[in-house]
Design a protein around this ligand. Structure first.
Ligand code: ADP
Ligand code: MG
Length: 263
């Protein structure tokens, strides 16, 4: 059975692209036929994180009616298939977001998971990914403003007939986590399906044009993403042996404090 997840949040910079890239890579590593599509057509950066250098045909050309979907599919780490967006503004103007549904229909014939990296905001190209997914995953940072934002995105998703699977709390540290998991679940009315720590390895791996799960597989963020992906895939999560036990203890403490529910 195919599952289509849209990774969304109201604002930019919350970690949607990072999450899309890493979850899709993890699902492919688990042996699932996985596609990840960059529906953030104005700010295309999924392709860059996935290490794609030269992508002459992108979602822009497909949505403009100038290319076939199959021509815009590129291979990333572990065989994950990537449909990048173009970086030209002209291409963006010509792309018709209403065609996204057709692109999705074509892609899901080939895969088990389709991850859609959604744009921020409530423009037309932002709303369509919320409506066409089987389920939307909200990306939330540990601040009240981000939670309010996630709540708006949830309401918007339901307004357009979509469904929210849950929220992922990203960029969590011991200091900045104002909002407990329990409080978040109460306010958002959805489950928190994962917690990804603030981790400088994410930025470092992006500089190498590689998802953190590939470049720094033992990092806290990589482990968090593998755990979430295993959950989505319905396979047991097996923790790798780690050499860095102090970091490990920190992440464990962080997870425990968030899960217990600081009020
Ligand atoms: P969005 O797609 O929502 O705009 P990105 O995934 O591009 O957000 O992330 C925004 C910035 O935050 C990037 O510079 C990224 O490297 C950084 N980032 C994302 N997640 C984390 C994290 N867990 N720890 C540290 N930096 C992060
Ligand atoms: Mg993005």
């Amino acid at each position: 059975m195919v599952k289509v997840y849209t990774i969304a949040s109201g604002k930019g910079g919350t970690g949607k692209t990072t999450t899309s890239a890493n979850l899709a890579t993890c699902l492919a590593e688990l042996g699932k036929e996985t596609y990840v599509m960059d529906a953030d057509m104005g700010m295309a950066n999924l392709g860059i994180i996935m290490g794609l250098e030269d992508t002459p045909i992108t979602l822009h050309e497909v949505l403009a009616g100038n290319a076939k979907v199959s021509e815009a599919v590129y291979e990333g780490p572990y065989g994950v298939k990537v449909v990048p967006s173009g970086i030209s503004l002209k291409g963006f103007q010509n792309a018709d977001p209403d065609r996204l549904r057709d692109v999705m229909r074509e892609l899901i014939e080939r895969c088990e998971f389709l991850i859609i990296d959604a744009p921020a905001g409530i423009s037309r190209d932002g709303v369509i990914p919320l409506a066409i997914a089987d389920e939307v995953i909200l990306i939330v940072n540990p601040e009240l403003s981000s939670m309010v934002d996630a709540l708006k995105t949830k309401i918007l998703t339901e307004l357009v007939g979509g469904k929210v699977k849950g929220a992922i709390l990203t960029r969590a540290t011991m200091e900045n986590t104002e909002v407990s998991k329990q409080k978040m679940e109460e306010v958002l009315g959805v489950k928190v399906i994962g917690i990804v720590p603030e981790d400088q390895n994410i930025r470092k791996s992006a500089a190498y044009k590689s998802p953190v799960v590939v470049k720094y597989p033992d990092s806290g963020a990589a482990k968090a993403y593998r755990r979430i992906a295993a959950n989505l895939a319905g396979t047991p999560y097996v923790e790798n042996q780690t050499k860095d036990s102090s970091r490990e203890r920190f992440i464990e403490r962080l997870a425990r404090s968030v899960f217990k529910g600081k009020k």
